[in-house]
Design a protein around this ligand. Structure first.
Ligand SMILES: Nc1nc2c(c(=O)[nH]1)N[C@H]1C(S)=C(S)[C@@H](COP(=O)(O)O)O[C@H]1N2
Ligand SMILES: [Mo]
Length: 258
């Protein structure tokens, strides 16, 4: 007699190994090559599990104004010292332009005023960091989907890479600059925003001024702050250390679904 596959148990096991990984703090690196290998196989498993059971188009939970955290914790870079960023900040981001390029028919260069003209959305959501804390905030921003439609993705575009202004780690090869990447399912998700406002005020520097990503079905480290450039790519092997993001290059999962 063949036993039916206990999908529940299998998923729990997959979840447990990922949860173990998430206990490691954002700023602690997994250096042990053995745990890196375990991590890679766990990632493969959770990714497959997530594909099977998660409706990637479902909305993240939204909250009421009364739920907004009084002190949303800033994390990672909170005041970039990179020269270009410091110069933009000194001018109140008057010369800031978001560049949209790569595999697009119509590259874009958008000022903050341009971005505020784009189809917008406001949402109150919970941000979950792998370090184990959560905060609830209200975000307003341009929906990424309609913006990509304006740029018109080429048929071979599969991911959107978000290049950030901040260097989180000094490295000799320059791979310490923060970046992230998402696939087109998340890019076109209705709650995926390039947020320019938080809790009804312009986005504070600590939280990514002038523009940060909100991709609400994923963990904190995917929520790229200080976004300067969106690059449409067919794969991200040539960017950073090739794993699709600053923390992914240091061992975290590329798909950080919650
Ligand atoms: N550019 C950039 N984006 C970033 C980070 C960073 O250091 N630099 N840290 C990430 C992490 S780990 C988290 S939890 C969130 C923190 O966002 P917050 O500062 O608004 O809380 O931003 C993410 N995006
Ligand atoms: Mo985080």
């Amino acid at each position: 007699m063949t036993r039916p596959l206990n999908r529940r148990g299998w998923l729990t096991a997959a979840g447990a190994s990922a949860a173990g990984l998430w206990l490691a703090a954002c700023n602690k690196l997994t250096e042990d090559p053995k745990s890196a290998a375990v991590l890679k196989s766990a990632e493969g498993l959770t990714r497959r599990a997530q594909r099977l059971v998660i409706d990637r188009k479902a909305l993240a939970r939204e909250f009421a104004p009364a739920d907004i955290s009084a002190d949303f914790k800033p994390n990672g870079s909170t005041n970039p010292s990179d020269a270009d960023y410091v110069a933009h900040l000194a001018k109140g981001f008057a010369d800031y332009r978001l560049v949209v390029d790569g595999l697009v028919e119509h590259p874009l260069s958008l000022s903050l005023a341009d971005l505020r003209q784009q189809p917008a959305r406001t949402q109150i959501t919970r941000h979950d960091c792998v370090e184990g804390w959560s905060s609830i905030g209200k975000w307003t921003g341009a929906r990424l989907g309609p913006l990509l439609d304006q740029a018109k993705l080429k048929p071979n575009a599969r991911y959107i890479v978000l290049h950030c202004a901040d260097t989180l780690e000094e490295t000799l090869d320059g791979t310490g600059q923060y970046y992230e990447s998402i696939d087109l399912i998340d890019a076109y998700h209705p709650q995926t925003l390039l947020a320019y406002a938080m809790n009804d005020a312009p986005l504070p520097v600590a939280h990514g001024a002038p523009l940060r990503l909100r991709v609400e079905r994923q963990l904190g480290y995917k929520q790229a702050k200080y976004v300067m450039r969106l690059e449409a790519v067919s794969d991200f092997a040539h960017i950073g250390r090739g794993n699709g993001g600053f923390w992914e290059d240091r061992g975290y999962e590329w798909y950080a679904g919650i």
